[in-house]
Design a protein around this ligand. Structure first.
Ligand SMILES: Cc1ncc(COP(=O)(O)O)c(C=O)c1O
Length: 357
């Protein structure tokens, strides 16, 4: 039996989207491909309200490739990385693995990084790049990227700001120009509700200029090469054309729904899930910093989460246990992509039924 996915990615993909991938292939150096890719980029530009200084690009990769791209092509010498969960910790390590210096601001899982913490660090040392994860999927914490972006843009003109929006972009509100970030990226299997395999990114002109002055950018991680090919609406290497068909369709659906409504729908799902969670349990993130696309719930009733997941599977749905050390201590419900409040509520009712809440 198919289990509908309410995990923090991959999320449920509709038949309509799955069918798009069964189209005949085209050559990636053909005009037909450049037309397709150009169309996708125009739709990304429209949906994310990109001005001339922001450039969309789609890599055939999962989101993690962009940890490496930021490390190799953007960070010149030293980055400040905000760490409050598993993914931001991995981002910091990736930059170190690529041979660059890293300072971290680290807080406990469940806590958010505050703008004042970033301000303090920036005053005490010199960095060329700040890295922040918008939506820590391991803890359900949403970091204040708009305030941090404002701090950086108002005070540090040469500092670049890279944002991991892997599990929030196209669900939560991500307007790169308003954030003032230089790189922001998301995996296709999260709010874009596509199969995994693409990473949708938006890069500022400043970031491309920086990359031109960074050496040892690698090959698949070379931002300059990526944007050289963007000029002809191509990618440096063979892209996943089937997934690009699906992304093209997804952008039509998102544009039709409108940004405002997509965001509102995600806010409604988050509110419904949080209200349910607070009735029986507690939220894991500190108040005021809860994710809009997934809810991480503290298992205050000490329920058996593994067993719940197995029982829920028999009813056709899947949620997630806590991440890593938070296994059984928390559980996570992903409400991203094509889900809506009515459907999420049905699943919460089934959980009530299983647990007799
Ligand atoms: C916040 C965050 N960053 C990065 C990643 C890694 O993305 P991917 O698995 O697409 O490489 C994930 C995956 O769940 C994530 O949630």
């Amino acid at each position: 039996m198919h289990k509908k996915l309410l995990i923090p990615g991959p999320t449920e993909v509709s038949q309509e989207i799955l069918r798009e991938q069964s189209r005949y292939l085209i050559g990636h150096r053909e005009k037909a491909f450049s037309d397709l890719y150009g169309e996708i980029k125009s739709k990304l530009t429209k949906f994310f309200e990109l001005s001339d200084s922001y450039n969309p690009t789609v890599t055939t990769s999962s989101g993690t490739l962009w940890f490496d791209i930021v490390a190799r092509s953007i960070v010149k010498e030293k980055a400040l990385v905000c760490v409050n969960g598993a993914f931001s910790s991995r981002f910091a390590k990736t930059i170190q693995f690529c041979g660059k210096k890293v300072d971290v601001i680290e807080v406990d899982w469940g806590k958010a990084i505050k703008t004042s913490m970033v301000a303090e660090k920036l005053e005490s040392s010199k960095y060329d790049t700040v890295v922040m994860c918008h939506n820590e999927s391991s803890t359900g914490v949403r970091n204040p990227i708009y305030e941090v972006g404002d701090l950086i843009r108002s005070n540090y003109p040469d500092l670049l700001f890279a944002v991991d929006s892997v599990s929030s972009m196209a669900g939560d509100k991500i307007i790169p120009k308003t954030i003032g970030c230089d790189v922001v990226f998301a995996s296709s299997q999260k709010c874009f509700a596509l199969p995994p395999g693409l990473c949708i990114s938006i890069v500022s002109d400043r970031a491309i200029e920086r990359a031109n002055n960074v050496s040892n950018r690698g090959s698949y991680t070379d931002l300059v090469k990526i944007f050289d090919f963007e000029k002809k609406n191509q990618t440096p290497f063979t892209p996943n054309i089937s997934l690009l068909y699906a992304l093209n369709k997804r952008m039509d659906l998102l544009i039709k729904e409108t940004y405002a409504r997509v965001y509102e729908r995600h806010l409604e799902m988050a509110k419904c899930t949080r209200d349910w969670a607070k009735t029986h349990f507690e939220l894991f993130p500190e108040p005021g910093f809860e994710s809009v696309t997934l809810t991480c719930i503290k298992n205050t009733l000490e329920k058996n989460i593994k067993e719940l997941i197995e029982k829920l599977a028999l009813r056709g749905f899947m949620i997630s246990n806590g991440y890593g050390m938070l296994k059984e201590k928390t559980f996570r419900i992903g409400h991203m992509g094509e889900w809506n409040t009515i459907e999420v509520k049905k699943v919460l009712d089934i959980i009530d039924d299983i647990w007799g809440l």
